[in-house]
Design a protein around this ligand. Structure first.
Ligand SMILES: C[S@@+](CC[C@H](N)C(=O)[O-])C[C@H]1O[C@@H](n2cnc3c(N)ncnc32)[C@H](O)[C@@H]1O
Length: 308
């Protein structure tokens, strides 16, 4: 597949914007296109067309992604030397990132949105979600009430709402900018009537025992106490519920506080609060140049809640 193909005008527009605005990222664009082929281009095309809709928004997203990814690369260089994330409290990350509308709208949210397609471990995580979690949700139609916690861009709840007929979502996030972006994504895909957004920290206030399904993608590493957060998700679910929960490993970022070095650390925390692991996916951003040098990874788990 060629991303310049006339079948995918928005994907082609995005590549042209990369070539003009951030040519050092064209290689990673082309690598993802070659790796995942036509299905990737089709999925990406739909997202860009519905969510961004016109060339100025595509260019702005590329500029935001470029700054976001350069920031991550700079922090990763430092991380390779120190083996630690820069010390930061959750309160500082909240004010510098989640409550900073300029940073969220210009860099963070467009950066995350494009990373879902341009970073191979992120795109593979979506494929894992679609192949293994959504079919279970669809098979139990009629009881598909789910929570997405830490909606960010709203991408994962949108995938579930568009794929699983009759599903209903309650989204939770502490950032007004994430809430607005999530609502925009739901509206763009015509699913907003089946979804509600709550500006809430679920560790402080959340409904108990209500959800058949829960989704939380790349939030754990943002927290000082991820186990307390997982316990809060566990409390929100019904006994027969299942959840899709992921974490970023060895991936420094402006708001990554909790350093996971190995997927087993996430697994242990999930089990500690009572979840049972059913399936998992681990993926790396790229092959390490030298053995032992840390590489950003994703760990995604499908878990069942079990009896309290
Ligand atoms: C990296 S983003 C998550 C990515 C998102 N799932 C997506 O796919 O676009 C992290 C999000 O978690 C939110 N967040 C951080 N702490 C939270 C908390 N205690 N409760 C709910 N959301 C939180 C942030 O505001 C931010 O929107």
């Amino acid at each position: 597949m060629s991303p310049r193909s006339s079948d995918f005008p928005f994907v082609s527009m995005l590549r042209a914007a990369f070539a003009a605005e951030a040519p050092y990222f064209v290689n990673s664009f082309d690598r993802a296109a070659a790796m995942f082929g036509e299905e990737w281009a089709r999925n990406f095309e739909v997202t860009l067309r519905e969510l961004l809709g016109a060339e100025p928004a595509v260019t702005a997203a590329v500029q935001g992604y470029a700054d976001f990814a350069m920031d991550a690369l700079r922090l990763h260089k430092r991380f390779e030397k120190t083996g630690e994330y820069e010390a930061k409290s959750y309160a500082d990350a909240s004010s510098e990132v989640y409550l900073n509308a300029g940073y969220m709208n210009d860099l963070y949210l467009p950066g995350i949105m494009l990373s879902h397609f341009l970073w191979p471990h992120h795109y593979r995580q979506r494929l894992f979600f679609e192949a293994n979690f959504l079919p279970e949700m669809s098979a139990k139609a009629g009881s598909a009430r789910f929570a997405e916690i830490g909606t960010g861009t709203g991408y994962y709840s949108r995938l579930a709402l568009t794929r699983v007929a009759d599903s209903r979502c309650d989204g939770f996030d502490i950032s007004p900018s994430s809430a607005a972006y999530t609502r925009r994504q739901w509206q763009a895909f015509g699913v907003e009537e089946r979804a509600a957004l709550h500006l809430k920290d679920i560790t402080r206030e959340a409904p108990a025992g209500e959800f058949d399904w829960a989704v939380s993608v790349e939030v754990l590493e943002h927290l000082e106490d991820p186990t307390g957060f997982l316990a809060a998700i566990h409390r929100m679910m019904r006994p027969e519920g299942k959840a899709f929960i992921t974490a970023a490993l060895n991936a420094p970022n402006a708001d990554h506080i909790y350093l996971y070095r190995h997927p087993d650390e996430v697994r242990r925390q999930l089990e500690e609060v009572g979840f049972t692991i059913e399936q998992y996916y681990f993926g790396s951003a790229y092959r390490p140049r030298t053995a032992g040098v840390p590489v950003p990874e994703s760990a995604a788990f499908i878990v069942s809640r079990g009896e309290p």
